[in-house]
Design a protein around this ligand. Structure first.
Ligand SMILES: Nc1ncnc2c1ncn2[C@@H]1O[C@H](COP(=O)(O)OP(=O)(O)OP(=O)(O)O)[C@@H](O)[C@H]1O
Length: 201
């Protein structure tokens, strides 16, 4: 589902990571570890196709990327947000999703009137309506309470059991049986030269 060889990552023209080899098959997850600022978000952005790699080869299935911003449309209701995304991606809104993300009683509430945790639950529920099997998740549990973390972990396990795959940057243990990749040994050497980072915003 994803294969990268000798991947190098930069941000804003500054080299961050070098020499990364990654392979992810259907049904598998990988947890990214590393101190603040090492480049977890930047790596996920490259894997999602949001910015080009500095060097190396990358082949990846189309991914659903969940970054720090939830992308919730404030004037649309929770249900309208989900149906909008489902339509955009050509997917559907599974009935089980309302329970999985505890959104049933919030269906009619405008996105702009949700709490931080509720907004995050809606942002994560969006993953489920894209129909994309490869998930790239950047600190997905931020703002979630313990019950919501457990519910999300259950949903993610089911996604993997159904042939999905995920790469997750997280400082919170999700209880997944997944290998962890510490990015510290891949820190770019001082003086490594970056390429173009035109797509960076
Ligand atoms: N918009 C930006 N412009 C320039 N540099 C940036 C920008 N955003 C992040 N960086 C820098 O890129 C480096 C890697 O940041 P990144 O967000 O990928 O790290 P991270 O491992 O995800 O960190 P954290 O654990 O704090 O989320 C950091 O040194 C950061 O300061």
């Amino acid at each position: 589902m994803l294969r990268a060889a000798r991947l190098g990552i930069e941000r804003g023209g500054v080299p961050l990571l070098q020499g990364l080899d990654l392979t992810l098959e259907a049904g598998a997850a990988l947890i990214l570890r590393g101190p603040n600022g090492i480049g977890k978000t930047s790596l996920l952005r490259v894997l999602a196709g949001l910015q080009p790699p500095m060097e190396g080869q990358l082949e990846a299935a189309p991914a659903a990327y969940a970054g720090h911003r939830d992308g919730v449309k404030p004037t649309l209701t929770v249900a309208e947000n989900l149906f909008f995304w489902a339509e955009t991606y050509g997917g559907s809104v599974p009935d089980a999703l309302w329970e999985a993300f505890d959104l049933g009683r919030l269906r009619g509430r405008p996105g702009g009137a949700l709490s931080a945790g509720q907004t995050r639950r809606l942002g994560l529920a969006r993953l489920a309506v894209t129909g994309r099997r490869l998930l790239l998740l950047d600190e997905p549990t931020v703002s979630l309470d313990a019950a919501s973390v457990a519910r999300f972990a259950d949903w993610l396990r089911a996604h993997l059991a159904g042939g999905g795959a995920a790469i997750v940057a997280t400082h919170v243990a999700l209880g997944l049986e997944a290998p962890e990749l510490d990015l510290a040994p891949f820190r770019a050497l001082a003086g490594a030269r970056g390429g173009s980072d035109e797509a960076f915003l």
